[in-house]
Design a protein around this ligand. Structure first.
Ligand code: SF4
Ligand code: SF4
Length: 356
């Protein structure tokens, strides 16, 4: 399959310290170089690529964010970025520089993270002052007619606001709203933000109801309960490769740079500083093949658990992202992850690949 879009984690730097953040804050602050970015985009032309997505960290904090966007424009792609909107005013000024019309011309949308239906809840998760900054960014983008998506990560703090979030998004005149499950981290456990698997399912049902009654487009992001064990997400169909801030192709952005993960980064496929995009693509295809074969073995050995039907949770286990959960033995997520440590399988596989 041809890549439709490419996702770049431009930097791991961030100006917020959200309580539910799953990105590793202990890793040295770093960013992808403009030279490598340009080289990857050149190679990607052969795939008939259309679109570039930016995530982070906070992608707008890349020290050469303007140059990165100009590179996208030169290659003729459209782009969007995910932002916490904290420094939106200065970013907006840069995007609207009349000397570089492509910056705004090729911008297809902005995706903003909003974690509560009111200032109190949102700022509890994301820090004081964040809610106001987001409303300001939304009003500017709306006036300019830029497509806005908002994502809420559902947790214990905003669980009761699922419906109010849809009302707020509607009142703000947004185009679409995404709900996402919180992927567990030690901080999220310590802050008592992690919902039980049953509450995850309840949240999904409530969102499903909202879809039918609200005019705004509503979706559940990847990670929701999926009855098909071989569910094909954007990563598994190779629709959108993810390049991290070190310039490495990783299995999927959902689990990239996961805090507390196994030291050996089992989801990292290839370093594009030294490997061509095409060779990295082949290695990714091999890794997906192995991923599926391992799942078949788990089915055969009756090791699939009910929680494995939350596909991103399954991947977190498989890639050794949540081995630390052993410390939370009484939690239902932890009990499941201890029962089936899929990570050892891929670890073995990775060492075998290196030897080969
Ligand atoms: S969730 Fe996003 S905005 Fe918040 S600290 Fe993490 S990377 Fe930064
Ligand atoms: S974590 Fe796994 S299931 Fe979730 S989007 Fe990524 S590859 Fe797909």
């Amino acid at each position: 399959m041809s890549f439709y879009e490419m996702s770049f984690e431009l930097t791991n730097k961030c100006n917020l310290s959200c309580l539910h953040c799953l990105r590793d804050k202990t890793d040295m602050r770093s960013f992808i170089s403009v030279e490598l970015f340009d080289s990857i985009l050149k190679q990607a032309k052969a795939y008939n690529l259309k679109h570039i997505a930016f995530t982070g960290g906070e992608p707008t904090l890349h020290p050469h964010f303007a140059q990165i966007i100009d590179t996208v424009v030169q290659h003729g792609y459209t782009y969007h970025f995910v932002t916490n909107a904290w420094n939106f005013l200065s970013v907006w000024k840069m995007l609207n520089d009349p000397h570089f019309p492509g910056r705004i011309g090729k911008l297809s949308g902005v995706s903003i993270s909003l974690d509560g239906s009111n200032e109190k809840t949102h700022d509890y998760i994301r820090g004081k002052g964040s809610f106001k900054k987001i409303l300001q960014a939304i009003s500017i983008l709306k006036i300019k007619g830029i497509d806005i998506s908002v994502q809420i990560t559902v947790n214990k703090k905003n669980f009761n606001e699922i419906e109010q979030m849809a009302v707020l998004a509607s009142e703000l005149g947004l185009k679409r709203l995404f709900y996402a499950h919180l992927e567990p981290t030690t901080l999220a456990f310590e802050q008592d933000l992690v919902l039980s698997p049953g509450e995850y399912r309840e949240a999904e049902k409530r969102v499903e109801k909202l879809k039918n009654i609200m005019k705004i487009e509503i979706n559940f992001s990847l990670g929701h309960y999926e009855p098909l064990l071989f569910f094909q997400c954007r990563a598994l169909t190779m629709y959108s490769p993810n390049i991290d801030y070190k310039g490495r192709l990783s299995f999927c952005c959902q689990i990239s740079g996961y805090t507390g993960a196994h030291e050996e980064e089992l989801d990292v496929i290839a370093d594009l500083n030294t490997v061509s995009l095409y060779d990295a693509h082949k290695m990714w295809a091999d890794a997906i093949h192995k991923f599926n074969l391992d799942k078949i073995d788990l089915i055969k050995n009756k090791q699939i658990t009910e929680l494995d039907y939350f596909p991103c949770f399954y991947c977190s286990k498989y890639f050794g992202k949540i081995d630390w959960m052993e410390a939370y033995k009484n939690d239902p997520w932890a009990a499941d992850s201890i029962k089936t440590k899929h990570s050892h399988r891929i670890k073995k596989h990775t060492s075998e690949m290196k030897k080969g």
